[in-house]
Ligand binder design. Structure first.
Ligand SMILES: Nc1ncnc2c1ncn2[C@@H]1O[C@H](COP(=O)(O)OP(=O)(O)OP(=O)(O)O)[C@@H](O)[C@H]1O
Ligand SMILES: [Mg+2]
Length: 300
């Protein structure tokens, strides 16, 4: 099983790249797609889900170009779009039956499978309730369940943890681990902790470009010895924000304790601390900003 993304670019409007020459080779495992708003995560996922076409480049699924034969991939695909919509009058079971019909799934085993899925996403107690009465997090979970319907070999989840409370987030991470194996799972998120324990690989996008593709351990290594703890006075914060990449701020009795990601100690007497993936993420993004790449023109 191999998903090859070959120099994929996307322009929605002229002279602005929502994606620019993305190259990735994905094998079975969990890939976390990280990046700030507008990075191009959803655009890439829509292209992989065969809902959008790249302006140039190709996506090859097990040797088949999906532009020529999208069905080869669609048969194996489970997709949760970022703007997942539900029919409010249907209950979870009816919704799954509807989603199964759209996917052309017919089998006597479907109903027990659906009940199993509803149990997996912790909605088995509410199968009689219309989805319209659900909270955002519950709707998100029905979205995850429909993506899993055909036991897909390629699972694409665009911000699956949005709206989930901390307990459900943990359940979701466990579910991901249970699902991993002989399938490729791609999930996008802004929340590094959603993927740090589960993802085998991380792909970092910003302004339509792939900044980094590595394992979490490799990414962590990029900030080894570059994370510092400093204490400053309240009035120095604005200046500090201008000059440093700050990954956290904690108020203390004697001022503000900052976690700063920097090649060199930001102040004499700065203490080195253990890096986290979040530090690495910010470090790579800030290095990118310093190199200054023309951003996507949001005003257009
Ligand atoms: N249909 C569209 N028409 C024009 N521009 C678009 C369209 N969809 C996305 N874009 C632009 O393409 C860029 C990438 O958007 P995309 O939605 O892929 O980013 P994202 O990483 O998913 O962001 P977010 O974290 O906010 O979901 C953005 O600058 C966005 O404004
Ligand atoms: Mg998005």
């Amino acid at each position: 099983m191999l998903l090859e993304i070959k120099q994929v670019s996307k322009q929605y409007i002229r002279d602005a790249w929502a994606l620019h020459e993305i190259c990735l080779q994905l094998k079975p495992g969990i890939v976390g797609l990280l990046g700030p708003n507008g990075a191009g995560k959803s655009t890439l996922m829509r292209i992989l889900a065969t809902i959008a076409q790249p302006t140039s480049g190709a996506v090859i699924w097990d040797g088949t170009d999906i532009r020529k034969k999208p069905d080869a991939l669609r048969r194996c695909l489970g997709y949760l779009p970022q703007d997942f919509g539900v029919y409010p009058h249907l209950n979870p079971l009816e919704f799954l039956q509807y989603a199964a019909a759209l996917k052309g799934l017919h089998s006597k085993k479907l109903r027990p499978q659906m009940m199993e899925l509803l149990e997996l996403v912790n909605l088995h107690d509410v199968i009689k309730r219309p989805i319209g009465s659900f909270s955002g997090g519950m709707r998100q979970r029905i979205g995850i369940a429909q993506a899993l319907l055909n036991d897909p070999r390629l699972l694409i989840l665009d911000e699956p943890t949005v709206g989930l409370d901390p307990e459900e987030r943990v359940r979701f991470r466990n579910l991901l681990t249970d699902l991993s194996g002989e399938r490729i799972i791609i999930l996008s998120t802004h929340i590094v902790s959603d993927v740090e324990a589960t993802a085998d690989q991380l792909a970092l996008l910003a302004n339509g470009r792939l900044l980094n593709h590595s394992t979490p351990a490799e990414l962590l290594h990029t900030v080894q010895g570059k994370v510092w703890s400093v204490v400053i006075a309240d009035h120095e914060l604005q200046e500090a924000r201008r000059n440093w990449t700050i990954s956290s701020t904690v108020r203390r009795m004697d001022g503000l304790q900052l976690r700063v990601v920097s090649d060199h100690p930001p102040l004499p007497g700065s203490t080195q601390v253990h890096p986290s993936l979040e530090d690495a993420y910010l470090y790579i993004l800030s290095a990118r900003e310093e190199a200054f790449i023309e951003p996507y023109p949001h005003h257009l």
